[in-house]
Design a protein around this ligand. Structure first.
Ligand SMILES: Cc1cc2nc3c(=O)[nH]c(=O)nc-3n(C[C@H](O)[C@H](O)[C@H](O)COP(=O)(O)O)c2cc1C
Length: 234
């Protein structure tokens, strides 16, 4: 692959942001992300692409220390148990969970989707019929996504795109982040239902995230496979 001349400097800025981003384990608890900057991160989430444009996710922001502590026991990837700190839960400026929609709303033909097509996508009835047919075929035949688990896993995939866009947006503004999958699914679902009023029939936890400013530089340098081992061209 030939090098492309970076006439605008945008390419360098993007690669710099990707090198800057690392999975931040401990944030500086004194430094808070400004409201407009975090609003930009959330806007990147909201504008993220999703399969069929169904937006099968929701974001819960968990900001009070009391609410964060409700997650500590079973969130081993965010509670600092690996490094003897209070972890991302204790130090992040912003902490949240992306929830993935379930089969109740994301099964083709659901009442929710009919309403969503009309209210959000502003589609006329004849186009809604086309969407119902195409999405039904996609679920039942093309990808065979029909069980509760398959549908919420599919929604979770969309949640990860949202997460990636949030982290890149943060990195472009010099804001650190950490994606967090280190939590017990059942205990998290239960806490979400009992403590945060999340209806488990509608949403399952997909992934957590933390944003803030690093307390110290990363302990280890970034390692990746070579481009040759990562990409095959035909
Ligand atoms: C989906 C996902 C889940 C992750 N879960 C955790 C986690 O629970 N706790 C943590 O400290 N890091 C977590 N990580 C960070 C990864 O370990 C890290 O991204 C990877 O080792 C590469 O390092 P880098 O991000 O610093 O370049 C997660 C990363 C991803 C993408």
């Amino acid at each position: 692959m030939k090098d492309i001349q970076d006439t605008t400097g945008i390419q360098a800025a993007i690669i710099e942001a990707f090198n800057f981003r690392h999975a931040c384990k401990v944030f500086d608890p004194e430094r808070k992300i400004s409201e407009p900057e975090f609003a930009t991160i959330l806007e990147a989430a909201r504008l993220s692409p999703t399969s069929f444009g169904h937006e099968p996710f929701k974001i819960l922001m968990i900001q009070t220390p009391e609410k964060r502590e409700l997650l500590r026991e079973f969130s081993w990837g965010a509670n600092g148990m690996m490094n003897g700190t209070t972890g991302q839960l204790g130090t992040a400026s912003h902490f949240g969970i992306i929830l993935a929609s379930t089969a109740q709303t994301m099964t083709a033909g659901s009442d929710y989707l009919q309403d969503f097509y009309r209210q959000v996508k502003q589609l006329p009835d004849e186009v809604i019929e086309i969407f119902n047919g195409a999405y039904g075929n996609f679920q039942q035949s093309d990808h065979k996504i029909t069980t509760d688990r398959e549908i919420s896993d599919w929604a979770g995939k969309q949640a990860y795109i949202v997460l990636a866009n949030m982290m890149t947006t943060g990195a472009l503004m010099g804001i650190d982040s950490c994606p967090i999958e280190g939590f017990q699914m059942d205990a998290t679902s239960q806490a979400l239902e009992e403590q945060f009023g999340v209806d488990p029939k509608l949403y399952k936890p997909a992934v957590m995230f933390a944003f803030g400013y690093r307390a110290a530089d990363p302990e280890f340098p970034k390692t990746r496979r070579s481009m040759k081992d990562t990409v095959s061209w035909f």
